[in-house]
Design a protein around this ligand. Structure first.
Ligand code: OGA
Ligand code: ZN
Length: 384
């Protein structure tokens, strides 16, 4: 079997044709799909000549590219692979299934991940739920839960162990923690000495955590280890649905939320993180949405004076929608529940509770999107 420049297995989707056309090779499959591949790129992806057989990484520094010899011939081998011959006489095969996955666009960052599904409360009225009692032992449970998380931006596991170290044990299976000034993991409970409004029994309006950062943490996980209070229900809203609603029905608010910048600033005796950005940040093409919405740390308008009134008006439209029952789900926390959510896409909040009534203890952590998506792709590969 021809080695591919990765660790996936591909079906032998045999080529129908391969024609050399100057610096290009024109490939075709029996169903009519084509791929036009440059000789440098083909050379980079040739076992041994272009990539290291062990690491599967490219070994050609760009300064050597000009010296890469030309192809003298390209054709389809008996088993349907691409057969290349260079003018220096070397010959090699390229796997047709690997070439086909590029022609199919399956090499893109979004592939091997579930398609994101936008939701309001008519689509899901509580987080998609998986029994998590065996998540640390059974990678199929992890895969199922993380798939829901990637698809909807929110997913829950129930019946997980209620020890305070569970989040760390879970993180060991997903990927490196994203540490912040609240620590590598943190505990959300009402405290007298507090460095955040989160550590009270107050209502927390729909928000995203840590917009004070250039890249706010990707996924957040809240694990309920104790809960004897009646209130304190959790609330989630899909920011993608809010963005779609704004585009359709409130274009002026949408424009203000995407164009006008705010400076987010955490006021702490020990640290001073600041970042300026719009509340709805689409990033570049092919990049995921980032919402920046947390009034406790939204500190200064970073816009022309004349824009400030419409910035506040737009923010109110955004926040009203985020709290509307059409978009916002509400659900209680039971000990053993862990809720994961995409902190850049999904807004979260909580109802007020009375700390005098008992205890409500959540253990929290952040893990960036890169880590969650990498684990999901690798689990999918190993379970396939
Ligand atoms: C937070 C937070 C949610 C909760 O700590 O930022 O949103 O349910 N907490 O207490
Ligand atoms: Zn929060």
């Amino acid at each position: 079997m021809t080695l591919t420049p990765d660790f996936y297995s591909y079906p032998q989707t045999e080529l129908a044709s391969a024609e050399l056309d100057g610096d290009w090779v024109q490939l075709g499959w029996p169903d009519g799909l084509t791929l036009r591949a440059h000789r440098f790129w083909l050379t980079e992806n040739t076992p041994g000549r272009g990539f290291d057989r062990t690491s599967r990484e490219s070994i050609i520094d760009p300064s050597a590219i000009a010296d890469q010899s030309r192809l003298s011939f390209a054709d389809v081998s008996k088993d349907g692979s691409l057969h290349l011959t260079w003018v220096d006489g070397e010959q090699a095969m390229l796997h047709p299934g690997w070439l086909r996955h590029v022609a199919d666009g399956k090499h893109r960052p979004g592939s091997y991940l579930p398609t994101r599904q936008q939701w309001d409360t008519s689509v899901i009225s509580e987080p998609p739920t998986t029994n998590g009692s065996r998540v640390l032992e059974d990678s199929a449970v992890m895969y199922h839960w993380l798939s829901d998380l990637a698809r909807y931006g929110v997913a829950r596991m129930t019946q997980t162990p209620t020890d305070r170290s569970f989040v760390k044990n879970l993180a060991a299976k997903i990927g490196p923690l994203r540490s912040t000034n609240f620590g590598s993991t943190f505990t959300v409970e009402a405290k007298v000495e507090r460095d955040s409004t989160a550590y009270t029994g107050l209502n927390l309006g729909q928000h995203t955590d840590l917009p004070t950062r250039e890249t706010p943490p990707g996924f957040q996980f809240l694990h309920c280890v104790e809960n004897t209070v009646a209130g304190g229900w959790s609330r989630m809203t899909d920011g993608e649905a809010i963005v779609a609603e704004l585009i359709e029905h409130h274009p002026e608010a949408y424009a203000a939320l995407t164009d006008l910048h705010w400076i987010f600033f955490n006021r702490s005796p020990d640290c001073d993180h600041r970042w300026s950005g719009p509340m709805i940040d689409h990033g570049g093409p092919d990049q995921p949405l980032t919402l920046r919405a947390f009034y406790p740390v939204r500190a200064f308008p970073d816009m022309a004076e004349g824009d400030i009134p419409r910035a506040y008006a737009a923010m109110k439209v955004f926040s009203d929608l985020a709290h509307d029952d059409r978009f916002q789900m509400r659900f209680p926390f039971t000990p053993g529940d862990i809720v994961g959510f995409d902190n850049r896409r999904v807004l979260h909040g909580r109802d007020a509770f009375a700390p005098s009534e008992g205890s409500r203890v959540l253990r929290g952590m952040y893990i960036d999107q890169d880590e969650v998506y990498s684990t999901l792709r690798v689990l999918g590969r190993s379970l396939a």
